[in-house]
Design a protein around this ligand. Structure first.
Ligand SMILES: Nc1ncnc2c1ncn2[C@@H]1O[C@H](COP(=O)(O)OP(=O)(O)OP(=O)(O)O)[C@@H](O)[C@H]1O
Length: 367
């Protein structure tokens, strides 16, 4: 190598790599050209609405479902190439599902040791240390039905970890737990998997869960990954209106781009890249609409960041604990907009207020 060539930092081979993964049922594509890469200690959340193909993707990676096309590498080894693939037990993966799938007739220790072969004493010691790892020492002789949901989930985790998988595949593993338990168990489970250097693919339909645990979110829709990136980027730079709407309520203001500008009741917006006369949608999340007072029929002065205020009348106010949601009927075009405000703000219906749009928080999409 020439001495002036820069030395690139070594990127480790991802533990899970998926390329062009495709599967149809009855002629209908359910998973369509999916690509993914997950490194050691990283968590990727496969996020999307019900029926978009998340579970089928995970099941193909696990080897429980066959693929029509595409490749899967686990820890550098090709385990699936089109329809041909290794059996699930020959892939170095752990699996966790929503229903825990524990064997009811086996003790906790027998459940955890189920997939382990070899010397009895060695297996017993490994099971003991796994139970310790998930804070269930002393539970080995109990049956699953004697345990709480959270404890059963921890047994399922210990069992999935027993063969030391390099990749953990999780399908809605926390949705069977009640809300109060869920956050704690989820954080503990993910911290433990990170500490073990496991690559994690977690399937969920809940954006909050994906934002909470994912290093990366792969947003899936109708069989395809439509956007992939850090939670911050996926939330703050959605690829389209539907991607924006998957994470929160949104407000949409329609307009027509002329000379790379779109006029709205909130002033004009730069809309470069949209053809003259093309419809555009300006999208903003409720927390980025700013509410201001009416000053005898006038609103606050326009600013470069927030543009021109537009007047609205409160239709409904609701308190949601951390925030209040205020719905407005705007003076223009019968438009309804919703603003959210941290804490308690409950103006009465009929109150006249002014709204402003944070320019840096708007997304512009083709209409
Ligand atoms: N074995 C199968 N035969 C026929 N259709 C199937 C089969 N498995 C899944 N499907 C269909 O494929 C689509 C995607 O299913 P999949 O379970 O992957 O979606 P999902 O995103 O995980 O949804 P959910 O969150 O509801 O589980 C669905 O329409 C489903 O009915």
């Amino acid at each position: 190598m020439h001495s002036t060539e820069p030395t690139l930092p070594e990127t480790p081979e991802p533990l899970l790599r998926v390329n062009g993964l495709t599967r149809a049922f009855g002629g209908r594509p359910v998973v369509d050209d999916v690509a993914l890469q997950i490194a050691a200690g990283q968590v990727t959340c496969l996020l999307g609405p019900s029926g978009c193909g998340k579970s089928t993707t995970l099941r193909m990676i696990a080897g429980i479902e066959s693929a029509d096309a595409g490749q899967i590498w686990l820890d550098g080894a090709l385990v699936q190439d089109g329809p041909a693939g290794l059996a699930p037990e020959r892939r170095s993966i752990g699996l966790m599902f929503q229903d825990f799938a524990l064997f009811p007739h086996l003790s906790v220790a027998q459940n955890v040791g189920f997939g382990l072969k070899g010397d009895k004493a060695v297996v017993a010691s490994r099971v003991g240390s796994l139970l310790e790892r998930v804070n269930l020492s002393g539970y080995g002789e109990k049956r699953p039905h004697q345990l709480s949901g959270g404890e059963q989930q921890r047994v399922a985790l210990a069992r999935a970890l027993a063969p030391k998988p390099r990749v953990m595949l999780m399908d809605e593993p926390f949705s069977g737990l009640d809300n109060r338990l869920r956050d704690g168990i989820r954080d503990e489970t993910i911290a433990l998997l990170r500490a073990e250097g496991t690559a994690v693919l977690l399937v969920t339909h809940e954006p909050e869960e994906a934002m909470r645990v994912g290093d990366e979110i792969a947003l899936m829709r109708a069989g395809r990954i439509v956007q992939q990136g850090a939670p911050y980027n996926v939330y703050n730079a959605p690829v389209d209106r539907a991607a924006a709407a998957f994470f929160s309520d949104i407000n949409v203001i329609k307009g027509v781009s002329r000379g790379a500008l779109t006029e709205t009741p909130f002033g004009s917006f730069l809309t470069p890249g949209h053809a003259d006369g093309a419809g555009v949608e300006i999208v903003i999340r409720p927390q980025h609409l700013k509410i201001d007072l009416d000053r005898g029929g006038r609103g606050p002065a326009p600013t470069p960041l927030e543009g021109t205020p537009a007047r609205g009348t409160v239709v409904r106010s609701r308190y949601l604990g951390r925030e209040s949601l205020v719905e407005f009927a705007m003076d223009f075009e019968g438009q309804h907009l919703t603003a959210s405000v941290p804490g308690v703000f409950l103006p009465k219906p009929g109150t006249v207020l002014w709204l402003m749009m944070r320019r840096d928080r708007c997304f512009v999409f083709p209409g």
